[in-house]
Ligand binder design. Structure first.
Ligand code: GLA
Ligand code: ZN
Length: 672
């Protein structure tokens, strides 16, 4: 496989010109040139045109789109287009339609809803991918393959039930092993034949929706199965492409912190990671940052592509605010700061009809270039061009890692007890956000990652502890590093069976604590920690130190005076295990995380500027690029901690001299 030659950050987005007349294409390309657009994602929803009938393929429109792009000097991310079915297919083969969680078999409609176990779907989608690869593998415009689109959801049909049973045989080997893993003697569930096993849904193990299951083990395995079933669709299309095109990179666009699919299981099969960023409106900038770092962590820190973001407004929410002037630029540089080598939009031109006609676009229905959005997009295009290759291929020199684990996410949120109010992402984001606010670069990595390069490993809400993870965390502390974990960690094994040991199970020796019992209280009930350590809420574990020393204690209730935060010296090199026994507020989390980072000199020079985000990337030639991003509405007056040149403005900042970031301002500094 060969990396395509990229001499600047790729810029462009989803472009669906099959929806409008050719005359409009002229305007599109003229404006693309004006805005510095070099990359177009095409063919994402074009299946009903490329295969209008079972035995008819017609690539006329796609030919024209690619030829035109090529003539204009633009490159194309070519989608296989298998995410939205043509009507004839769903009519002729109803089994391609999904059966939902309530057990209802759907009829034709919408998109992203094929049954992953349908043989017809598999055959037709791979046939299409194969034809596309055969036709376009050597097209001069081809830059990368984009398989399907935003894989997601789940199916509960009879075919999926069969496939689930086969998957279970493979995973567990025997019914005895499966019964043991799922603890089926509870509620008389001992299975004596594979055919007795049903997908867990509203008709079987669940009540009150997907998070309430009688058997966590069954539901966990179905989540893993669904991940693998959809991955099977991706891999099959990729193989079909590879038969004709051995070298062009293949990806599919992810959705960041998307609970239904364990992207770590997918990661080895992607040539590079890409994702679509539509940050929730109620979240701070550290939320998309976490998603960027999670996506960068998929391929061992290699750059990812921002495959989609809205240039202005979304349309899918009840209320869809505009991105304010400057916000798009800031979000784009934030993506680059975290490792993006491409920043692309959905969408380049607005579709005329249907559900996304009011979704923001670089070019609106009137085709004007004198709009605010177009001007901002074009100005950004010019900036990206002026930066050139400076950050292409650059990596993040993080010395702190945060473990992210879909199994723990699932297990925590489908657990009955101790509290439905604890949300995995909220806990993970709290620790991530605190580390980032302190100025540390953070790699967000799977629990299987090599941890030997890190001084600090944050492992919040590590509910399941699998394989040799505990030993690898101990190894971090043995060579002098610090490991932090929190309440609800170390509870269960990979099958969600409680460890037959003191909590936190295999993490107990490193943490030097024993959790004796745990209290859960309604939202709003807090327990202040002593010494100004912030407040705990939701879950209050009662800790009995087994060698650890208290850092902060609860001050109220019958467990007042018992430790809420502890540190434990571990090994001969000064390493430590930190345990946080409650859900801390921001002040408390900040304090703990800064104390941990400070042990390794990882609190950054701008840590006192809450609105200023910093991130470093190191280019393949060793150049260090420091990004400073001001998320505040007021200017940030900093003192440069190093001599550096702003690659966007050419301005040189002397160490110790003033460095001002305007409101929503960005500096991309080459460090000397
Ligand atoms: C997703 C999809 C796009 C489009 C956008 C906007 O990210 O991949 O096709 O639907 O959302 O809603
Ligand atoms: Zn199915």
């Amino acid at each position: 496989m060969s990396r395509p030659h990229i001499d600047k950050i790729l810029y462009g987005g989803d472009y669906n010109p099959e929806q409008w007349p050719k005359e409009v294409w002229d305007t599109d390309h003229r404006l693309f040139t004006k805005a510095g657009i070099d990359t177009l994602t095409v063919g994402v929803f074009i299946w009903s045109l490329t295969q209008p009938a079972p035995d008819t393929y017609d690539f006329t429109v796609l030919d024209d789109i690619l030829d035109r792009a090529s003539a204009e000097g633009r490159r194309v991310v070519l989608a296989t287009g298998t995410a939205a079915l043509p009507p004839w297919l769903a009519k002729a083969h109803p089994e391609v339609n999904r059966t939902d969680f309530e057990g209802r078999r759907h009829a034709y409609g919408q998109r992203h809803n094929f049954c992953p176990s349908s043989r017809t779907y598999r055959q037709l989608s791979t046939a299409l991918a194969s034809r596309l690869a055969e036709r376009y593998a050597h097209h001069p415009a081809l830059l990368a393959w984009h398989v399907n689109n935003e894989y997601g959801g789940a199916c509960y049909c009879e075919r999926c039930a069969e496939a689930f049973r086969a998957w279970l045989r493979e995973r567990h080997g025997s019914l005895d092993a499966l019964n043991d893993a799922w603890c089926t003697t509870f509620w008389s569930h001992r299975f004596t034949d594979w055919s007795q096993i049903e997908p867990p849904n509203a008709l079987t193990e669940h009540w009150r929706g997907p998070d309430h299951t009688a058997f966590q083990g069954i539901t966990l395995d179905y989540l893993r199965f669904t991940t693998d079933a959809l991955l099977g669709c991706f891999v099959a299309e990729k193989e079909a492409i590879r038969a004709h095109d051995p070298s062009t990179l293949v990806t599919t666009n992810f959705m960041g912190m998307y609970r239904p699919l364990d992207y770590h299981r997918w990661a080895p099969h992607l040539d590079f990671a890409s994702w679509d960023s539509y940050p929730p409106l109620d979240k701070p900038p550290s939320w998309p940052a976490l998603a960027h770092d999670l996506m960068r962590g998929l391929k061992d820190g290699a750059p990812f592509w921002l495959m989609e973001q809205a240039p202005s407004t979304t349309a899918c929410r009840d209320v869809n605010p505009l991105r304010r002037p400057g916000e798009l630029r800031l979000a784009t540089w934030q993506a680059v700061a975290h490792g993006a080598d491409a920043t692309l939009y959905f969408q380049m031109r607005a579709s005329r009809g249907a559900s996304e006609k009011f979704f923001g676009a670089v070019i609106g229905h009137a085709g004007r270039e004198d709009t605010r959005v177009f001007s901002e997009v074009a100005a950004l295009g010019a900036e990206l061009k002026s930066l050139g290759a400076a950050t292409v291929g650059a990596r993040t020199p993080a010395r702190a890692a945060l473990l992210f684990d879909w199994d723990s996410w699932w297990a925590l949120e489908i657990s009955d007890g101790p509290s439905r109010l604890v949300k995995y992402l909220d806990v993970v984001h709290a620790y991530y956000g605190a580390a980032r606010a302190a100025g540390a670069d953070v790699d967000v990595v799977p629990v299987t990652a090599d941890l030997s390069a890190y001084d600090v490993v944050l492992a919040p809400a590590l509910h399941l502890v699998k394989g040799d993870l505990a030993a690898r965390l101990e190894a971090v502390a043995e060579r002098g590093g610090t490991v932090l974990t929190t309440f609800l960690s170390g509870r269960c094994d990979e099958h969600d069976r409680a460890f037959l040991a003191d909590v936190p199970g295999p993490l107990a020796p490193l943490m030097g604590v024993r959790v004796d019992e745990w209290d859960a209280r309604p939202a709003g009930v807090t327990n202040p920690l002593d010494g100004g350590g912030g407040e705990g809420s939701l879950v209050f574990e009662i800790v009995i130190p087994q060698g650890a020393e208290p850092v902060a204690r609860y001050t109220s209730d019958f467990y007042a005076g018992t430790p809420a935060v502890t540190r434990n010296r571990f090994g001969e090199s000064g390493g430590e295990g930190w345990y946080v026994a409650t859900h801390l507020d921001e002040a408390g989390t900040d304090r703990v995380v800064r104390a941990v980072l400070a042990r390794h000199d990882l609190v950054g020079p701008y840590a006192e500027h809450r609105d200023v985000e910093s991130a470093t990337r190191v280019a393949p030639d060793g150049t260090r690029v420091l990004f400073l991003l001001n998320h505040g509405a007021a200017a940030a007056e900093l003192t440069a901690h190093t001599t550096a040149t702003d690659l966007l403005t050419g301005e040189r900042h002397e160490k110790g001299g003033p460095l001002t970031l305007g409101p929503l301002g960005v500096a991309v500094l080459r460090v000397e």
